[in-house]
Ligand binder design. Structure first.
Ligand code: HMG
Ligand code: MG
Length: 296
């Protein structure tokens, strides 16, 4: 018996926009987020509290948080103590910390080794949990690293266990540079699920090699029901060469709905959200569902 429902976590306002060259006006980002909420998402990544020198696109994070919170699960990313302090100055109640399994990637992304990041984050996760926050941990380079190549499943499992012991509610396991194939997706997600049955598990696929839908199908077979997706297929980490867009929300929602797996996302409204941001992007939207919706 196949599952009946899946949760899509919309990461477009964060992962989708962070890599865009030209600054997207804050009002456009807000309108994008509001339209996405209308499309039915119950969980979203709104923005990130990172260094504006490293990621200038996210420099308006405090303003975005200030006007886009509601009673849904609105995540804000934070990589370190300073980021978490900034979250605590807001009314945001859901934090996403992020670490790479690969040391080389973590250094490029956060300027620390993976161990240094974990040592900094673990007590902070404890404090967040004491204060009642929902905490997700985004685990980058869980399959391949642009600098170190193939990452071992054991190394990913080890980091996942450490985060679970630190008290996170959710693990978002990421194929940062879109290099995994379905057999690897099935294998890793089966093992994490077997090891950590009490932690919410989410799959985060980038679509660099057009494997993301197949990887999602494989993850579904492994029992995963939560997926990070990005409207318009936007996205990419500025510090991971070769990381193009996240898997497109519209294509995942279309596939799942056609399979009888309910997502609660209204595709017409989702296309309207993409239309709001599209004129401000340096790339054209090429996802299957979006293009077909324009051809009709
Ligand atoms: P650093 O230069 O080593 O930081 O950067 P530092 O601790 O030495 O501090 C330098 C300055 O930055 C100080 O300010 C700090 O206050 C400030 P100054 O005294 O010079 O005025 N600073 C901050 N400002 C705002 N927010 C902060 C913060 N921390 C320090 N949180 C740092 C270290 C982590 C800040 C930097 O490397 C950084 O911002 N990195 C973020 C990179 C990023 O955003 N990457 C993309 C998100 S992850 C991703 O996309 C992957 C994911 O999608 C999953 C996947 O696909 O793999 C999640
Ligand atoms: Mg990503």
């Amino acid at each position: 018996d196949f599952l009946k429902e899946a949760v899509l976590i919309e990461v477009g306002p964060r992962d989708g926009l962070q890599n865009e060259k030209n600054f997207i006006p804050t009002e456009v980002k807000k309108a994008f987020i509001h339209k996405l909420k209308q499309a039915g998402f119950k969980e979203m990544e709104l923005t990130s509290f990172v260094s504006p020198k490293w990621v200038p696109q996210m420099k308006d994070a405090a303003e975005i948080v200030g006007s886009c919170l509601d009673n849904r699960r609105n995540f804000v990313l934070a990589p370190n103590q300073k980021g978490i302090e900034r979250v605590m100055e807001t009314d945001c109640r859901a934090v996403a910390v992020f670490v790479g399994v690969s040391d080389s990637f973590n250094k490029k992304n956060i300027n620390k080794s993976t161990r240094e990041s974990m040592d900094e984050l673990k007590p902070l996760i404890g404090q967040l949990k004491e204060k009642g926050y929902f905490v997700r941990a985004c685990i980058s380079t869980s399959f391949y690293c642009p600098y170190e190549g193939k990452i071992s499943e054991e190394a990913v499992l080890e980091l996942c266990r450490e985060f679970a012991e630190a008290g996170v509610d959710e693990l978002s396991v990421a194929d940062t540079i879109g290099m995994a194939v379905p057999s690897e997706s099935y294998s890793l997600f089966s093992k994490i699920k077997a090891n950590l049955p009490d932690t919410l598990l989410t799959a985060h696929f980038h679509d660099t090699r057009k494997m993301a839908l197949a990887n999602i199908y494989a993850a579904l077979q492994a029992g995963i029901t939560r997926f990070d997706t990005s409207a318009g297929g936007l996205g990419g980490c500025p510090f991971a060469p070769g990381a193009t867009g996240n898997v497109a929300t519209e294509d995942v929602a279309y596939m799942l709905e056609r399979m009888g797996v309910h997502t609660g996302i209204d595709l017409d409204t989702l296309v309207e959200a993409v239309d709001l941001v599209a004129p401000h992007l340096s790339r054209t939207i090429e996802t299957g569902y979006y293009r077909l919706s324009k051809a009709e």
